[in-house]
Design a binder for this molecule. Structure first.
Ligand SMILES: Cc1cc2nc3c(=O)[nH]c(=O)nc-3n(C[C@H](O)[C@H](O)[C@H](O)COP(=O)(O)OP(=O)(O)OC[C@H]3O[C@@H](n4cnc5c(N)ncnc54)[C@H](O)[C@@H]3O)c2cc1C
Length: 337
């Protein structure tokens, strides 16, 4: 099995998690990670990091979506309960989601069946933050500080002797040498690499503030959220469809700060630490499938794992486990396993 050569493209949360899962499942395979951006230059670094899937299906079916979510939750829960949880930046968190307009916003068909607590907020709880709330839920879930997780995952990858190459790939055929499978985890980069017109950016911006008195997360209407993390509190947010602008916007900052302070006036005293901007790689369905290509007379097997949109932290372990199964299938077909 040591003559297996697998290349993982991408060093965001999807690429690094996939590389770790490959190493766990195919111990003797030779794995190489290739990426042109790392750590703070990835979308993954920007994520608020809460485990909260959308209620809609983002896999090819409800069954696939549910499997990804269940596998992901188990992955994060195991890491949370391990001795590495604080280094990996994974912890439990609880809080509220409120809406003044729509009852469906405070429900979640996936989370309600998965997390330890998901219930209607009480009358008293509906008054915990300001707003004309008509609907509310309380739930507990998992929070991943992606800055910590990316560092932890990279360290693990180095420790397993998996080389990480800093390189931009313009076509899959550029990968030279023996290559049994390429696992494509390039997020928004796949728009160009795969010429995928169904992949688009949803721009997001968050701010980090010092507010150690905030112990629960709060979601309100219009993409407003307050999420306490390990070292600071994340204030958000915005979702700008088809915007590719990675520059900080003062307008977005003032708007979200005003919305957050309206919900929790104590945030007026919160010192600003900084801002993060990222482009969510949005695609329905998230692409987890195998493709065979002939490029420059060479047959390439590519397993795609990209398009996680605003839910990459929530779902990447599940899609990565699925991608590893596809890699195994590709290798079996080649009688390499
Ligand atoms: C403001 C904001 C808040 C968010 N909050 C949450 C949240 O609370 N919960 C949640 O689940 N998700 C959240 N997300 C979504 C999450 O961040 C993304 O789904 C996730 O980061 C996508 O990860 P990725 O690895 O696919 O992409 P990226 O992190 O962008 O990584 C892509 C990698 O591919 C590499 N690459 C691309 N093209 C090439 C190429 N041609 N050659 C070589 N390398 C290439 C890049 O260099 C990079 O290393 C949020 C996103 C934003 C913007």
């Amino acid at each position: 099995m040591s003559d297996l050569n697998i290349y993982v493209l991408g060093a965001g949360i999807v690429g690094l998690t996939t590389a770790l899962e490959l190493k766990r499942d195919l111990r003797n395979a030779s794995i190489t990670v290739i990426a042109d951006d790392f750590y703070e230059n990835t979308t993954s670094y920007v994520a608020a990091g809460i485990f909260r899937p959308t209620s809609g299906d983002f896999g090819k079916s409800e069954e696939i979506t549910r499997k990804w979510i269940i596998d992901s939750f188990s992955y994060w829960e195991l890491l949370r309960l391990s001795s590495e949880s604080s280094e990996a930046g994974v912890k439990e968190i609880s809080g509220y989601i409120f809406s003044s307009e729509h009852p469906h916003i405070v429900r979640n068909k996936y989370l309600e069946k998965l997390v330890p607590v998901y219930r209607k907020a009480t009358e008293e709880e509906m008054g915990l933050c300001l707003g004309d709330w008509k609907y509310g839920s309380y739930f507990s879930t998992i929070l991943t500080d992606t800055a910590k997780y990316l560092k932890w995952a990279e360290k693990k990858i180095h420790m397993s002797n998996v080389p990480i190459r800093h390189e931009k790939i313009r076509a899959f055929s550029e990968i030279s040498g023996e290559c049994d499978v390429i696992v494509n985890c390039t997020g928004l980069g796949s728009k160009f690499l795969c010429n995928d017109s169904s992949l688009t950016a949803i721009r997001g911006q968050v701010s980090k503030v010092e507010a150690p008195w905030i112990k629960h997360f709060f979601y309100g209407d219009y993409d407003t959220y307050i999420i306490p993390g390990f070292d600071n509190v994340t204030l958000g947010g915005c979702r700008q469809y088809e915007s590719y602008d990675k520059k900080f916007s003062q307008y977005d900052y003032l708007s979200m700060r005003e919305r957050c302070e309206k919900m929790l006036p104590s945030l007026r005293d919160a010192k600003l630490i900084g801002h993060r901007v990222g482009l969510r790689p949005h695609r329905i369905p998230v692409r987890v499938e195998m493709e065979e290509k002939i490029a420059n007379g060479r047959k390439l097997k590519i397993v795609h794992n990209y398009g996680h949109g605003g839910y990459g932290v929530t779902t990447c372990p599940g899609t990565s486990i699925n991608a590893v199964q596809l890699v195994r299938r590709a290798l079996t077909e080649k009688s390499k396993l």
